[in-house]
Design a protein around this ligand. Structure first.
Ligand SMILES: [Zn+2]
Length: 199
């Protein structure tokens, strides 16, 4: 699945968090997969997450010269963006949905007219990131970059023409039940808890 030493390191860190599970899973799409991300586990072990965010912060520092804020959407990405901001010596703010609309959490004082990068946990369709972009545009925030820990689209989803930087680009193969190799082997299937957040 991972081809080089960097990817292997990142994968081992995700496994250390128990965020990347290997087995036989029924996805919300109904398809079956060998791999599953339990993304809430990224924040369950802060010491393990810190090692992952160190790598992300190194990447951001090498690519983006100057910005004021790290902005993340609530809730799972808050801890990730906050840690990244701490490592990078930047300010932090988060967005949340209010009546279905993505908004900046009230009380953050200096965001309007500033520069920012967006940090999200996992990119699947890019929906949340697009909402954050629209929200920041309303506040005249210039977005200098978009980063995720894991790109589940396998690098296939640019957002409004922008590349999304990721620590790990991973396109996980999923099978229809009737052709699933793990069903054929008789491996018991697990249905992980449904995510409570749209991605
Ligand atoms: Zn199966």
């Amino acid at each position: 699945m991972a081809e080089n030493a960097h990817d292997q390191l990142v994968l081992s860190l995700f496994k250390e968090c128990d965020a990347l599970l290997q087995g036989h899973f029924k996805l919300t799409s109904g398809k079956h997969s060998e791999w599953y991300f339990e993304k809430i586990r990224l924040i369950e072990k802060p010491a393990a997450l810190e090692k992952i965010v160190d790598l992300l912060a190194e990447k951001i520092e090498a690519e983006i010269a100057d910005f004021d804020y790290v902005v993340s959407p609530a809730y799972g990405a808050i801890a990730i963006g906050f840690l990244a901001a701490l490592k990078l010596g930047k300010k932090f703010a988060f967005t949340q949905r209010a009546d279905e609309k993505m908004t900046i959490r009230s009380g953050f004082s200096g965001l309007d007219g500033s520069t920012a990068i967006i940090v999200e946990d996992i990119l699947t369709t890019g929906g949340s990131i697009q909402e954050v972009l629209a929200c920041l545009k309303e506040h005249q925030v210039a977005v200098k970059g978009i980063y995720v820990l894991v790109d589940r689209s396998g690098g296939a989803v640019p957002i409004e023409g922008r590349a999304v930087g990721s620590l790990l680009a991973l396109k996980v193969e999923a099978f229809e039940p009737d052709v699933c190799p793990f069903c054929k082997k008789g491996i018991p299937i697990t249905k992980p808890g449904a995510s409570d957040k749209r991605t």
